[in-house]
Structures are given as C-alpha cells and as structure tokens.
Design a protein around this ligand. Structure first.
Ligand code: SF4
Length: 231
C-alpha cells in the first residue's frame, strides 16, 4: 500500500495497521493504466447530442410530484466513459441547491473514499436514483423511483461502466429489487443490467457510524479488484 493511499485512508478515518515483518518488503506503486477510450466513443459525434437530449428531458421532467418542490434537477456528474458508476438515492438540500450529486459533508467523504481507491472524483460518474429532492429528505417512494429510474438506466447505458457501486440501502434495495438489509447485501458482487454491482454504506451513514468505515473500505477493495487493479 502506498504512503499516499495510507494518508487518504487516515483522512477518511480508517487506521492502517502494519505487520511487523512487512517493513522490509519493497512496495512498488504502479502508475494508473491509461483509460481505454474506444474508437466508437471518440468517434461518436452524436454522443453529445444524446447526452444533451437526456439532460434536457430530466430538466423539464414532471413525471412525478417531486418536480413541484425541487429547486432544480440533479442530473449527474462525471466522466462519460467512466469505468466506475456510483449510484446514490436522491439529492439532499445541498445537492438540490447546487445541482450536483454528493456535495456537502457526505459528498466530501465519498470523494475521499474514491481518492483512497486511486480514483479522482472526476474519473467516475455519479448519479442518483431520483433526480429531484424528496421534501425533508424523506425516503424516495417506490412510484417516484419507478418514474425516475429510466433516466438512470439511460445514463448507465451511455457510460457503459465496468462496475456499478450502489451506496446506501435505498439505492441497493431498489436496484436489486429486494428488501434484504444492506448489511447482508454488501461484500458480494451482483449484476444490474449485466454489469457487476457492489453495495456499500452511504457516506452519510459512515459519518454517523465511523466504525463502519473499515467495513466500507473492504467493499471498495472488491470494486478495485473488479476494475482490474488499475486504480
Ligand atoms: S424525481 Fe425524476 S421522475 Fe420525478 S420529477 Fe424529478 S426527474 Fe422527473
């Protein structure tokens, strides 16, 4: 493990323990592999138009009642050919104000967790199940998620990530259509639309329960393995 990664782990509150006999082992930090950019993607002259059309449809959406109370829609952010796609549940107050998912303290922790994996936030794509904030940060209603998920499905189809990371109970249970507790969903690899899906705790929960950070880190290590060790 690199000194840099140790520093990032310490930053998010995960202590790093060393074996006494490990000190003499040489550690070689591998440079991150170049991201594969397919010819199809670089030549996809229409991709910008497809993204713009999708963003415009979300901006104007009135499919469910949440459009009445939103400040703005929160579409999603990140690299359009990201290898990792992070899926949360819904915008909160900060996101509703700023128009970007995972800002505020929970967003900062997510950014730090990604960085500890060797992935700058700008390298991943981040979106929510819902594009509008539920009033008072209540849980999304099933009918709202039903109305909104097609937008997320389109985003996933456009990005074609190698791995999906569902953060939090709501996101994981909706994507997997289960009511199994998150503690029993994490630590495994599922598939959503034939893409490997890993579940972990929501950073807002980790802020309240710092002891769970080490557990969440093991989930992120599963993601790192699925990404092929190039993070
Ligand atoms: S939450 Fe989704 S479906 Fe509902 S109004 Fe907003 S964009 Fe439309």
């Amino acid at each position: 493990m690199s000194g840099l990664r140790e520093r990032y782990l310490a930053e998010i509150g995960i202590p790093v323990w060393h074996r006494r006999d490990a000190a003499a082992e040489p550690i070689v930090e591998q440079p991150p592999a170049a991201l594969p950019v397919t010819q199809e993607r670089t030549e996809a002259g229409g991709a910008d138009a497809v993204w713009a059309d999708l963003a415009a449809r979300v901006r104007a959406c009135t499919r469910c009642g949440l459009h009445k109370s939103r400040t703005q829609t929160v579409f999603g952010v990140g690299r359009r050919d990201a290898r990792l796609f992070v899926i949360g549940e819904a915008p909160g107050a900060d996101e509703d104000r700023q128009g970007e998912p995972f800002v505020g303290r929970a967003g900062q922790l997510l950014t730090a967790m990604l960085r500890a994996m060797g992935l700058p936030r700008s390298e991943v794509y981040i979106a929510n199940i819902l594009k509008c904030r539920p009033p008072g940060n209540r849980d999304p209603q099933p009918e709202e998620s039903t109305c909104c998920t097609p937008y997320l499905a389109e985003q996933i189809a456009l990005v074609q990530p190698r791995v999906l990371l569902a953060v939090g109970r709501i996101s994981a249970q909706w994507l997997l259509q289960t009511d199994t507790p998150i503690g029993r969903l994490r630590g495994q690899v599922f598939r959503y639309r034939n893409i490997p899906l890993v579940v972990t705790y929501h950073p807002a929960y980790l802020l309240r329960s710092p002891l769970a950070k080490a557990t969440a880190w093991t989930d992120l290590c599963v993601v790192k393995d699925l990404l092929g060790g190039s993070t």
